[in-house]
Every structure is written in C-alpha cells, then in structure tokens.
Design a protein around this ligand. Structure first.
Ligand code: HEM
Length: 209
C-alpha cells in the first residue's frame, strides 16, 4: 500500500503547467506575427522583438506547431483534473463574499498566501477564467483555421472577421492574466518554488491523485 502523501502539485501537474506555459508563449508570440500581416486595429502592430517568426508564414508554422502542444497538453490537464477531482477541489466553489473580502485584503496589501494548499477566491476566479479562455482560443482558432468545414460554428459566432476579433480578445484576456499571474508568483516566490518542486505534502482528501 502506498503510504506517501502526494505533493500539492504532483509531478504530472507541474509538467503540464510548464508545458502549457511554453505552448502559450509560442501561441501568443506567433499569433502576434500573423496578426501583424493583416491587422484588425488599423495602425496597431507588435514590435518585431515580440513576434515569433520573421513574417506571416513562419509565424503561421509556429502557430500550427504550438497548437498541437497546447491542445494535447490542455486536454490532458482537463482530463486529469476532472478524473482526479483536482479541478473541482482546487478551483471551486468561488464564493462572492470571499471574493469581495480577498479584493479588500489585496487593496490593503494583505496577502492571503500563508497557506499554499488553498487558493484564495481571486486566484480561483483567475484560474477558471484563464482555463475557459484557453478553451475559447482553441475553439475560435479551429473556426478560423477551417472556415469551410466549420462554417456553421463560424456563422453562429458572427462570421470570419468577428471570430478573428473574438480570438484576439481571448488572447488579450490570457496576456492580462499572465501579467498578474507572473507578477504574483514573483511577489510570493514560495508559490513559484512549489510549482517547480511540488510544494508541501497534502492529505489525500485535499487533492486526490
Ligand atoms: C511562465 C509563466 C508562468 C509562471 C511563472 C507561472 C507560475 C505559477 C505558479 C507559481 C502557480 C502556483 C500558484 C499557487 O500555488 O499559488 C501556478 C498555477 C497555475 N497556473 Fe501558472 N505560471 C505561468 C504560466 C501560466 C500560463 C501560461 C497559464 C495559462 C494560460 C497558467 C495557468 C495556471 C493555472 C490554471 C494554475 C493552477 C494549476 C493547478 O493548481 O491545477 N500559468 N502558476
């Protein structure tokens, strides 16, 4: 019988998290390269140093390669999270009163990070939003990649140009999340260390693996 209690972030979660970080960076920076060739907002461009690929075609190739990494890894994270109950246990429920209290605490520079094994309501909300944004990106990306095969879905979401804009908005949500997420993990390095090394051991009832 296995008597060792699991880590807060089991190895599988850590591998999927960092694979996702690499895949997201590839998708965002190559997406900026594709965008630059055919802009949505007149006069807005991304600096060459921020774009993956020297022009639209290499950027597209990066985007399609990154798509498989993001899609397969994301699916593995969702299947694992649902099958083990991790997603539900770590990210739900999100209570309105807790959310309000955490926002007030943060405005007073009081951090609710003493216990690494529990996400506060703001963290939970941010993680749920970014997971949904990731799913949204895959769906809208597939629609603009295969507009003929997915013409019904494309029409439901407003047509090709509308879905391009919706894909761009999804990217902006993820980039906004990343700015906050990376800043917080640097401000509270113990969380970063835990995502690298696994963190404290937790009772099996806290996270089933
Ligand atoms: C390279 C930049 C990144 C850094 C430094 C980073 C850091 C971290 C850290 C430290 C945690 C643990 C938080 C805690 O225990 O309080 C975490 C969890 C998480 N991160 Fe990131 N992360 C990065 C990129 C991303 C990206 C690109 C996404 C998604 C778009 C993401 C989504 C998540 C999610 C959903 C969790 C919760 C995972 C779980 O408990 O199952 N992260 N990240």
């Amino acid at each position: 019988m296995d008597t060792v209690t699991p880590r807060l972030h089991p190895l599988g979660v850590r591998i999927m998290h960092w694979t996702n970080a690499v895949a997201m960076l590839i998708m965002i920076t190559s997406g900026w390269g594709i965008y630059d060739d055919y802009v949505i907002f007149h006069g807005t461009h991304f600096a060459a140093a921020l774009r993956l690929g020297s022009w639209a075609v290499p950027s597209l190739l990066w985007h399609f390669a990154g798509m498989w990494l993001l899609g397969i890894n994301g699916l593995a994270y969702l299947v694992y999270g649902i099958a083990t109950g991790r997603l539900k246990q770590r990210l739900l429920p999100i209570r309105w009163l807790e959310l309000k209290a955490t926002v007030v605490d943060s405005l007073h520079f009081r951090s609710a990070h003493e216990d690494l094994t529990v996400y506060n309501a703001v963290q939970k909300l941010l993680y749920v939003v970014v997971i949904l944004a990731g799913i949204w990106q895959v769906i809208t990306g597939l629609l603009i990649w295969k507009p003929v095969q997915f013409s019904t879905g494309l029409a439901l979401l407003g047509g090709f140009q509308a879905v391009r804009l919706e894909h761009f908005i999804g990217m902006s949500v993820i980039v906004g999340f990343l700015v906050i997420h990376v800043a917080l993990s640097l401000l509270v390095p113990s969380t970063l260390w835990a995502m690298l090394r696994g963190g404290p051991r937790v009772r099996r009832t806290a996270v089933r693996t």
